[in-house]
Design a protein around this ligand. Sequence first.
Ligand code: PLP
Length: 637
Amino acid sequence: MTPRTAATWSPDQSAELYGIRNWGGGNYDLNAQGEVTIKVRFPEREVVVSLMEIVAGLEQRGHVMPLLLRIENLLDARITLINETFRAAIRNAGYQGEYRGVFPVKVNQQAQVIEEIVRFGAAYGHGLEAGSKAELVLAMAALPEGGQLILNGYKDRDFIDLGLWATKLGYRCFFVIESPAELPLILERSRLLGIRPLLGVRIKISAKVGGLWTETSGDRSSFGLSTVQLVEVIDSLKQQNYLDCLQLLHCHLGSQIPDLQQIRTGVLEASRFYAGLIADGAPMGYIDFGGGLAVDYTGSQTNHVHSRNYNLADYCNTLVEVVKTTLDPLAIPHPHIVTESGRATVAHTTLLLFNILDILHFEALSLPEQLPAESHALVRQLTGIRETLDSVPLNSSYQDAVSCRDTLRQLFRQGEISLRERSLAENIFLAIAQLISSRLDRLEKIPSGLEELQQNLADIYYGNFSVFQSLPDTWAIDQLFPVMPVHRHTEAPVRQGIISDLTCDCDGKLDNFILGDGESRTLPLHPLKDGEDYLLGVFLMGAYQETMGDLHNLLGDTHVASIRINADGSFDLMREISGDSIADVLSYIEYQPQQLFDTFRAKAELAVRQGKITVAERRQLVEKYSSTLHGYTYFET
Ligand code: PLP
């Protein structure tokens, strides 16, 4: 571990420590003032803006923490990058088909995000993927006719009818058949409405991929047709004169696939299925590889589950090359390539900003010069352990100290030592633990038994946010997102901490972090300064998090600000959403805020009648209740 001293520290050291230049993808960095910056590219130049300047501008407009900040330029840049990189791969390989990407709505369904993807993606014909009726409803409203729609998921009659109407309106709308049971209903509705559908078949790829979503592929995956079912579907389409409608092959190997070789194997298998469908008489024309393009959350460029051992160009080249080299010997025309990249499109755009409310330290208070005369023998033994630390192996000293402390706790439970004696023993124990921990920094290898000591002594920083609302994947699937202070990088982060949220729930915490040299159970942080907010950012969290957050502790949606950075470095606040009020979150769980208010007001009136409060106090109380009811669910300073 790099020793960090307050006297010598530079933003470059912070950049290395937090790994921002590894995971920041060229978008995030630090300036000489020690503030996180965002870089935006314009055709004629690049602009670098400090996040603290953006925060100041938003605070002047009345926004408060916590805040979800979306940088629209970064979303546009990702759409451009994905489309242009595919186009380059297609050009270089002499591939005859086109790239026809779609954004899977489930990855970020927020209206502002979808609007921006549709608006900016129009130049590339970037479409949308809908996996449910509700997603189709919003996709049809957002996407102009002529746009490409991919319909996944199980489809009931209304879903199918709406998709058929979309086809009639001119959308290139593919019904992806996920199970043989769907086909009869699609064909029945098609005949009834007199609209012929564009059909796709989702297949199960037997090649398995690594990462957190490995169950998405393989024989036992829940979605898609087995080879036997696929042949059944083809036969059924032939019998009913619908084979000409089958134009797309779909597969989705899994999300966040870290290893390119596994993608290559899956793409090869899918290409063989494509060739098989052509051989069986289907016209085809499209091959859809679903999602899976990974985000390098750790910045390590490895096949770690939160990273990837390839870049975007490698991904695009692999897809194009494997399809081409599989189909060329069979003289099959190259299909248009569709991908449904979700996280790789939106992750970089959004960051969560929150302030630290308080810190809990695990530090010994100063110890008395001499122990009280009547001190218990075990308390004396603890003192002895502390005094002989240099002559005994650190792990033996620690074990002895834990044993003394635990016996003293037992004696306390039995009423044999006093509260003050226990307090003294705990304090000496903490002092020993801290001394040992400080010595570990100098060792190459942590002695066994002491691996968790530094983590156990780490400060707890209380952050003004909810893990369950804003970062549910960190809790549900141990997803790692880069987290770091957004300012003060001219000062050494001399503390080690974990971050607890506002929910008072033991799972509501961040205690695994990405640093420049790997994962760490603690995060280097700064002490708080009086009268100054300490702001932290969680980066690359634009995918899935907003969609899945629930209402744990009734901490609702945070405020959202969507900005567009201008070429002169200023920014415009393009869109803003006020976070949920307390009345909003209560109404989501079926309370009626007005009724709550009326009930409370009546109680206050009764209290006046009973002489418990004055009329003036009632007014104050009722006003406070009302303003709280309509206020923000988070901690307001
Ligand atoms: N398409 C389908 C069918 C999916 O199930 C998913 C997510 O799991 C995606 C696309 C998006 O995947 P990713 O975010 O990895 O691009």
